[in-house]
Design a protein around this ligand. Structure first.
Ligand SMILES: C[S@@+](CC[C@H](N)C(=O)[O-])C[C@H]1O[C@@H](n2cnc3c(N)ncnc32)[C@H](O)[C@@H]1O
Length: 412
């Protein structure tokens, strides 16, 4: 970026671009600017990906902090408003084809079609919602670790916030769950290097009412500025229709829902496989599909562990404990998810099993997070552990293992 002074947009600029720059200037000057994300980079620099621009107060002067996100590193520079405007006027539409402007009262999405047509859409935030954003922290340019912003329009469309932008009390647990889930996803996306990819495909199996699916799409496209395709797969057609209607209404291009059974769903080229509370062995089908398509991240929060419970054989010494149904259920759950984690390890994934949200918010609080290893490792020891556990508990059938064996045979 070169320094130059030009606070006013040139008269030859497209009217929509003029409007965009005017609103950016006004937001900056009235301390209402929250953030500008400039993305869809088309230029010659193989490293450069996107810019995240925020106001910053430096030695009593307001400037704009440009976080330049490159493939392998980030850089921050601060610029005066005229310098920043000149740079953006030169770059938008040429090297960057998308800009998302967030102020404390509205959001603007600026895009350029392949033929160079300028598209500008505006979304006015509700007054109550704006209060949250009204005080823009200008004291430093460190990005806030807020993963989901309460003002996002999809939250209202899905009934998590009301018309004033407040969280609907009955949805507060779901709201906390979504935030935690996005926090976990955000770390995994950074660690696997997916934050640096140009195109990302996410599949969410058993998407239901799709709170999470919308949040994932919004995080990847708006917060990270990535080009993401997110597909929710759901058995129930009415939910699919409802979610597609909401995605179209909110102009979320790239977010779509398909009616289907995860057991028969054919998927290819998935980078992130998600299954949040997909019932019983639907989780196994989803994990197997994630492994088979080579997903870099597999995230699931299993529920209804029915398959292993009737098969369990435990040593007689445990019978006074397992006479209580709840303990038998807990044992079946531990074994089911433990075997899932080991099978993921054996198929090239570093895997963690942890409580992702406190029990107070949901009883379905276990997360299996698997991140694909860069290099394969010898899996002999893990396979032995799986065989020993199955023999100990007398397990004859574990769906994930069966599916993986079938897909390995089919690939041979
Ligand atoms: C408990 S809900 C979870 C919804 C969503 N993932 C969430 O956490 O908010 C599980 C959803 O999975 C869907 N489902 C169950 N089995 C499925 C299958 N085999 N294929 C696709 N969807 C399935 C159900 O219809 C339901 O909407």
């Amino acid at each position: 970026m070169t320094a130059a002074i030009n606070p006013n947009p040139p008269a030859s600029l497209d009217p929509k671009l003029q409007q965009f720059f005017q609103l950016l200037t006004e937001a900056f000057q009235s301390s209402q600017l929250v953030r500008l994300v400039v993305s869809k980079y088309q230029g010659a620099d193989p490293e450069l990906q996107r810019l995240v621009i925020r106001p910053v107060l430096l030695k009593n002067e307001m400037q704009l902090s440009f976080l330049t996100q490159n493939r392998t590193f980030d850089l921050t520079h601060n610029y005066t408003l005229p310098d920043a405007l000149l740079f953006l006027q030169q770059e938008l539409g040429l090297n960057f084809l998308s800009a998302h402007l967030q102020t404390s009262s509205q959001e603007l999405q600026l895009s350029f079609s392949k033929k160079g047509k300028v598209l500008l859409s505006k979304h006015q935030l509700k007054p109550a919602t704006t209060q949250e954003n009204a005080v823009v922290d200008l004291t430093h340019n460190k990005a806030k670790q807020r993963f989901v912003e309460q003002s996002r329009p999809y939250l209202q469309a899905l009934g998590i916030t009301d018309t004033k932008g407040d969280i609907i009390p009955s949805m507060s647990k779901k709201w906390k769950q979504i935030n935690k889930f996005i926090e976990v996803l955000a770390k995994a996306v950074q660690q696997t290097g997916l934050a640096q990819t140009q195109q990302l495909h996410v599949a969410d199996f058993g998407s239901g009412k799709a709170y999470l699916t919308f949040a994932v799409f919004d995080y990847l496209t708006t917060t990270l500025g990535l080009q993401a395709k997110v597909t929710g797969v759901e058995l129930r057609q009415p939910l699919v229709d409802l979610c597609n209607e909401a995605a179209i209404r909110l102009q979320l291009n790239g977010l779509q829902f398909e009616q289907g059974d995860v057991k028969h769903f054919k998927a290819r080229g998935i980078n992130v496989m998600i299954a949040l509370h997909a019932c019983d062995i639907a989780t196994d089908y989803a994990i197997e599909m994630g492994i088979r398509t080579g997903a870099e991240i597999i995230m699931c929060s299993p529920c209804c562990h029915k398959e292993l419970r009737p098969q369990l054989q435990s040593p007689a010494v445990l019978s006074p404990l397992l006479v209580h149904g709840i303990h038998l259920g807990q044992e079946a759950e531990m074994l089911t998810d433990g075997l899932r984690a080991l099978l993921l390890e054996a198929h090239g994934y570093d895997t963690q099993v942890f409580e992702f949200i406190s029990l107070e918010h949901t009883s379905k609080n276990k997360m299996i997070l698997a991140q694909k290893r860069k290099k394969p490792i010898d899996n002999t020891a893990v396979l032995k552990q799986i065989a020993e556990l199955k023999a100990f508990y007398g397990i004859k059938q574990h769906t994930l293992e069966t599916l993986l064996a079938q897909s390995t045979t089919a690939a041979d």
